[in-house]
Design a protein around this ligand. Sequence first.
Ligand code: GAR
Length: 218
Amino acid sequence: MRPARKRVAALISGRGSNMLSLMAAAKHPDYPAEIALVLSNKLDAAGLATARDAGIAAVALNHKDHESREAFERTMQAVLEEHAIDLICLAGFMRLLTPWFVGQWQGRMLNIHPALLPSYRGLHTHERALEDGVKIHGATVHFVVPEMDAGPIIAQAAVPVVDGDTPETLGARVLRQEHVIYPLALKLVASGATRIDGNRVTTGERASERLLIVPTPV
Ligand code: GAR
């Protein structure tokens, strides 16, 4: 008998393209996780309708209705418990989380960031990479720790920066690879292949599934 699939909540604030890539991967019966809930802190997040259309429970919670960051998170926590969630995937969720909430989900919450961490934490990663003239940029999936855009790295994708790139063209190249590595990283975590040792995540024999290098176009 197949082991039970992990129940995943995707937390979003906007378009939800990474959420969609996770939903697409989870359609495969052998995939070790299912997207059981989509939760947004923005009532008008486009991803909410996408999730509902796919028959996935979608909940919007307005953080502005709560008196503090933690009060909002306690409401989120109750919804996550109600849906018996095992793992969280932050997928463009643009709200800082308190150490209390991160502590509830230690080793069970993943984030995707559009840069090769630890470079370019924070916002406007593609603009900053172009300003610095780097030749390699990319995306990272990592476990969430209280510090923003930090935490043990599960998977990375490296993409070339090419002549004439704008933040938009570079961002689109990175986003295509985000959609590849996020399902791979979730698969590794949900199947129990990952071990966290300090800042390092090991996956035994499956190391090749964690690094993706996209060649320069010719
Ligand atoms: C993605 O590029 C994701 O990496 C980024 O927000 C975008 C969300 O797009 N996340 C962060 O910057 C987090 N620090 P999506 O809603 O289409 O998935």
